[in-house]
Structure formats: C-alpha cells, structure tokens
Design a binder for this molecule. Structure first.
Ligand code: HEM
Length: 222
C-alpha cells in the first residue's frame, strides 16, 4: 500500500480524482486531495480545454493549501527533474506563483517555458488556507529527459508534489529562494474529469485571454 494511500485511509480523507465545479471561476476541475500528513491535505485542481489542439495547450491550475505550509510545488511530469514545476507561496492576501525547472536535486531555477497569469477570481487567503488560480501556458508540454512530453487531456498521469513549512524569503518575488521541501510524494490525476468546452470564454470571464499556449513543439509563432 502506498504511503499516501495509507495516510489518506487513516485520516479518512478522499483518495482519487473527482470532478469539482468551482462556482467562483465557473471552471470544471479534476480535483485530487493530496494528503501530506495524517490530518491535512493540499487540494490540487486542473481545468483543461476539451478542444485542446494536438500540440501545446493552456491549463488552469488551482490549489487550496493549509496556512501552515510556506510553499508548495507541483511537478507536471511526476518527478523533480526536467519538467515544469509550479511553485507557489502566500504573499499577503494572494499567492505568488513561480515557474521553475530543476536539472538535478538542487534548488530549481526560473523557467521561462511556462508562464502563469492569475485569474481575477480564486486568489485569496483566509484564516486557514491560501488559494491560487492561474492560467499556465507551457505546463502541459515540455522537453524532458527522454524527449517531448505532452499531457493528454483525456488521460490520467502521475504528478508529484513537494511542500515545506518554511517560507519563501521574498514572497512578493516569483524568483524568491525557498527552503528545501519535506518528503515529496506522488499521485495520479485523471485530467479527463476536468474538461471545459467553453475554456476560452471562461478565461475571458475571469479577465484572462487564451493566447500563447507555449511553443515547445512548434518552430514558428503560434
Ligand atoms: C527548494 C529547493 C529544492 C531542493 C534543494 C530540492 C532537493 C531535493 C533532493 C535532495 C531530493 C532527493 C531526496 C531523496 O532522494 O531523498 C529531492 C527530491 C524531490 N524533489 Fe526536490 N528540491 C527542491 C525543490 C523542489 C520543488 C520546487 C519541487 C516541485 C515539485 C521538488 C520535487 C521533488 C520531488 C518530486 C522529489 C522526489 C524525487 C524526484 O522525483 O526526483 N523539489 N529534492
């Protein structure tokens, strides 16, 4: 039995991907509650377009994180090295989202292959949690250790996450240094549970345009 499953079972937490419809942004997300202790989890949500082109395409990522955590990271390829890392930390009443890439088990550096735009809604902090909601261009395709990778929107794939109770040193900066994580962990997310036929319109409703899906596979401009 995997440790994450054992933890979730002990804590009575939900395990597996479900569909979550977010009233605030209007997006339908695939949702996974990743247990990181006996009693607490990080909620990861992914909204993808149902009409994604065969190359790069945009995604919306939303997370809900207990206030005890100083930063969290999501590895789109399921391990630390050579895949887009979405790192986030609270900054006042919102979170800073930081695009990173690691070539080894050392502090990841800034990654320009993926860019994030916070939506007008779904970004907040309260007495128990912090939450961000962002469009990512460049999170679903990349060049990994064995070549081109693309997350198929209708598939399940293994993701990894990392977290720390330690804080970012400069929370307002998306290149802040962050302390090393506690034990990282993995989960399988079923992206097909978060498909949106009206993806572009929903982005617009939330103040974000759907241009620039990233250019990992293409030679010319998009
Ligand atoms: C802040 C600086 C970071 C340092 C110094 C660091 C360092 C390390 C080290 C030393 C390991 C190996 C642990 C072991 O074998 O026992 C590791 C593993 C791992 N780290 Fe990081 N890490 C950092 C940030 C991140 C971030 C931002 C992520 C984003 C998700 C991440 C995800 C992982 C994962 C998933 C593993 C498991 C092994 C693997 O998949 O490669 N790390 N890290």
């Amino acid at each position: 039995m995997k440790l994450s499953f054992a933890l979730a079972a002990l804590a009575g937490l939900a395990e597996g991907t479900i569909t979550y419809v977010d009233q605030e942004t209007g997006f339908t997300f695939s949702e996974y509650k990743a247990a990181y202790s006996l009693t607490a989890n990080i909620v990861f949500r992914f909204a993808l377009p149902s009409n994604a082109p065969s190359g790069p395409y945009n995604a919306v990522i939303q997370t809900v994180v207990p206030n005890q955590l100083g930063w969290i990271g999501l590895a789109w390829g399921g391990n630390m090295v050579r895949n887009p890392l979405t790192v986030a930390y609270p900054n006042g009443q919102k979170a800073t989202v930081s695009s990173r890439w690691a070539t080894g088990h050392t502090t990841p550096t800034s990654y320009t292959g993926a860019t994030y735009t916070l939506l007008n809604a779904g970004n907040k902090v309260n007495g128990s949690h912090w939450q961000f909601t962002a469009k990512c261009s460049g999170c679903t395709t990349w060049t990994g250790t064995s070549g081109s990778v693309r997350i198929a929107p209708t598939s399940s794939s293994r993701l990894a996450f990392a977290y720390s109770t330690g804080k970012a040193s400069t929370p307002s900066s998306n290149t802040s240094s962050i302390p090393v994580h506690d034990t990282p962990n993995y989960f399988t997310n079923d992206f097909s549970q978060g498909l949106n036929p009206n993806f572009d319109a929903l982005l617009q409703r939330n103040g974000v345009s759907d241009t620039g899906a990233g250019a990992v596979f293409v030679d010319g401009p998009l």
